[in-house]
Design a protein. Sequence first.
Length: 104
Amino acid sequence: MARAAAGAPQQNVTNRDPKGWRDPAALTAFIRAHQVARLFLPVVMLHALAAHPERIPTSVALIATAGEQLRMTVPVRDWCRQSPFAIDNQYGPTEAWSIAPATG
């Protein structure tokens, strides 16, 4: 968001390193290096990141999840209350049409 407000072009960035898909520390390093503002994460990674909320860079403004039901555990709930970003849980019957265009 800060980049867009400053007039910087928005771009899609894909983490092609499989370690970054499974390792929360590697993912947060990638987010920080590229100043990622919006993330699309599987629920399991959201839970992993919530276990270490201090790692998430301030560039993140939105985290979208889908694929399975988001369980609001105590770490996730506390993280949401303390963080400046929004979570968009796209789980449900409309999931198929809302995700397909974004990933296609």
